[in-house]
Design a protein around this ligand. Structure first.
Ligand code: 13P
Length: 249
């Protein structure tokens, strides 16, 4: 039985003050999240504030990226050891914005995934195709290659590894994949994961909103959501969390 996983990816939004305010407003909602897992990934500098504000709650904290070494001459990078020291539990690896804007390649992501697991972080690996690749009907081939080059060969621990399917054309565009199309892709991804596939959580990302969350989360192979824009407002994020709680009952 896979527990639903709801992640809020804040991207480059919310400094310390806004992070504290968000946490207070979300916690005021007294959400019942005992049957799902919830995390948010603030920018690095806001992580300590988030850890402090969410302490004692069931909302856990993640990072949006990390480096593949523990220390060394890597100007501007963040070590997984530093993240663990803060109390970070999750790390997103290979978000399409990291791939597209910062040129991260699957071979780099493989090193990051290995180091994250070595550091006892829980990893959310992002994969997904562009609009052009989907038009050319190459979406399955593209995600298979992403998985093969970044993940295959690494031991799949379902407690520590989740996959986020985030089609690029759905991110920040308001266009969501049809729940049945997303379900089909999730099923295909699960099929590629071998014997551990049934236990690995595969979550969907791309314009998840309160109005479409239920339909998506009800699909058999969609085990949660990675949410950008709708995770920035605590009331809207809370609505999606409540929907997930209901769906998983
Ligand atoms: P949106 O929910 O804003 O489309 O962003 C999705 C995303 O990139 C989550 O990582």
């Amino acid at each position: 039985m896979r527990r639903l996983l709801i992640g809020g990816n804040w991207k480059m939004h919310k400094g310390i003050r806004e992070t504290r305010e968000f946490a207070k407003r979300l916690l005021k909602k007294e959400l019942n999240i005992s049957n799902i897992d919830v995390f948010v990934t603030p920018p690095f500098t806001s992580i300590p504030a988030a850890i402090e504000e969410f302490a004692g709650s069931r909302v856990t904290i993640g990072a949006q990226n990390m480096f593949w070494e523990e220390d060394g001459a890597y100007t501007g990078e963040i070590s997984p050891v530093f993240l663990k020291e803060l109390g970070v539990e999750w790390v997103i690896i290979g978000h399409s914005e990291r791939r597209r804007i910062f040129g991260e390649m699957d071979k780099d992501l493989r090193k990051k995934i290995k180091m994250a697991l070595h550091s006892r972080l829980k990893v959310v690996i992002c994969i997904g195709e562009t609009e052009e690749e989907r038009e050319e009907k190459r979406e399955k081939e593209v995600v298979e290659k992403q998985l093969k080059d970044s993940l295959f060969g690494i031991e799949l621990d379902p407690e520590r590894i989740s996959i986020a399917y985030e089609p690029l054309w759905a991110i920040g565009t308001g266009k969501t994949a049809e729940p049945t199309d997303a379900e089909e892709m999730h099923r295909a991804i699960r099929g590629l994961l071998g014997e551990k596939g049934e236990e690995i959580r595969i979550i969907y990302g791309g314009s998840v909103k309160p109005h479409n969350a239920e339909e998506l989360l009800k699909q058999d192979n969609i085990d949660g959501a990675l949410i950008g824009g709708s995770s920035l407002d605590p009331e809207v994020f809370a609505e999606i969390i409540e929907i997930a709680g209901r769906v998983s009952c």
